[in-house]
Ligand binder design. Structure first.
Ligand SMILES: Cc1ncc(COP(=O)(O)O)c(C=O)c1O
Length: 410
């Protein structure tokens, strides 16, 4: 096959750099992928496929960093969104979708009694920290070393332009390390408001870590005895591992859970859910945003969650993820390469042994992109309902070619 080239993408990227800081910022920057071997701009998508500005078609395993759980342009979700769009998107007051989606989420997310809506994941993770602080009258928030909870000052991975005071009351421990948590509790006794965890550890540029069998039981015991609020950041895993929240998959009982990404199949909305005891604190904290009340994403979310429940989406995602994993690992083995493939099959992270700077992974993923398979060398991938058996077969075939290239270049 003729390998893809990206002339228009990089011409547009140069243009963008003249007008926009860094041209494209955040994790969508071509520098976070494999510069030169990936497109910079897409034009359209359908199901599991996306097309770039040079006309190249890809099987997409990033799904907009996890939002497109059903695949791009799901007709039922889009119809619900368009139906609302015809009546209006942004109003001075909330619409009739507000209570509808609230009722869906309170019913859907096991153990949660109330919900509120934001736009991005960061809106609701930050709100969760304020609720925990307001509820307990304490300042310190604990999160997981290397975890991403959003781009707000208290948790941003960058320190540029952020006074250190904003992080003064935030500390971290390693996922699964109950001893590390106990140590922090000892050091900050009486001042810890909340502990925020992703359901399993899914950092960028590092293996994913699943919870040990007794981790959540131990953590919940410590939270209860110390009066610490247990917050789950389910932004990335939510509606992928389990219909009712990833806490059901891992068997734990958070006080507050944050959702975003997959909850509306790509329409911009996030949500926080909580137990009744935390509602007074949620009411005391000022939380708002001009676009938090927009109706179209709410209609899309209602439709998305309905499909997830009706069409056994979670089971299908799992089966697809297992096929992808087994195919990739078989091809790596055939090529005589050792890879680490970690995390849950619906959102795996792959890297090569002895590839500390990820240059081998960049070569592999860049070659895959040139052959029409969009993976990511530094971030976990996502499977979606749109991925067909033909997609998986083609992906595994391409992976076989790319593993061989890696082997030859090692
Ligand atoms: C686990 C987790 N929490 C929070 C966020 C922040 O979400 P957003 O980028 O929508 O603000 C992300 C985004 O990737 C995430 O993966």
């Amino acid at each position: 096959m003729k390998l893809y080239s990206f002339e228009k993408s990089y011409k547009m990227f140069e243009e963008a750099k003249r007008m926009v800081p860094n041209g494209i910022y955040g994790p969508r920057s071509p520098y976070f992928l494999t510069y030169g071997s990936y497109p910079c701009f897409f034009t359209r998508g359908r199901g599991s496929h996306v097309w770039d500005v040079d006309g190249n078609e890809y099987i997409d395993y990033m799904c907009s960093f996890g939002t497109n759980v059903l695949g791009m342009c799901n007709p039922e979700v889009d119809e619900a969104a368009m139906d609302q769009m015809k009546r209006g998107e942004s109003f001075t007051l909330p619409t009739d979708r507000w209570n509808e989606l609230a009722a869906v989420l309170v019913k859907q997310v096991r153990g949660m009694d109330w919900t509120a809506f934001g736009k991005n994941g960061s809106d609701v993770t930050t709100y969760a920290t304020s609720i925990a602080r307001q509820h307990t009258g304490r300042k310190t928030i604990i999160n997981i070393t290397g975890a991403y909870n959003g781009a707000h000052f208290w948790c941003s991975h960058s320190t540029a332009g952020i006074p250190e005071e904003y992080r003064a009351h935030v500390c971290s421990f390693n996922f699964n390390d109950l001893g590390g948590l106990e140590k922090l509790i000892g050091e900050h006794r009486g001042d810890i408001a909340g502990v925020m965890l992703t359901p399993h550890h899914h950092p960028a540029m590092a293996d994913q870590v699943l919870p040990d069998a007794d981790f959540y039981r131990g953590l919940e015991g410590l939270c209860k005895s110390e009066g610490i609020v247990f917050i789950m950041d389910d932004i990335r895993c939510g509606f992928r591992l389990h219909e009712n929240g990833s806490h059901c998959y891992y068997g734990c009982e958070p006080d507050i859970i944050c959702f975003g990404k997959a909850m509306a199949n790509g329409y911009p909305i996030s949500a926080i859910t909580g137990k009744a005891a935390f509602k007074p604190a949620a009411e005391a904290v000022y939380f708002t945003g001009t676009h938090f009340f927009a109706a179209v994403p709410m209609a899309a979310s209602i439709a998305t969650i309905n499909i997830i429940n009706r069409d056994s989406v979670i089971k299908k995602l799992f089966d697809t993820g297992v096929k992808l994993r087994d195919g990739m690992l078989a091809q790596a083995k055939d090529a005589g390469l050792q890879v680490r493939y970690t995390g849950h099959p619906v959102m795996p992270f792959m890297r090569f042994e002895n590839d500390a700077d990820f240059s081998v992974n960049r070569l592999f993923c860049g070659e895959a992109a040139r052959r029409g398979v969009f993976l990511h060398p530094h971030h976990n991938w996502f499977v979606c309902l749109g991925h067909s058996q033909a997609d998986i077969d083609r992906t595994v075939e391409v992976a076989g070619e790319c593993f061989k290239i890696v082997k030859e270049n090692k």
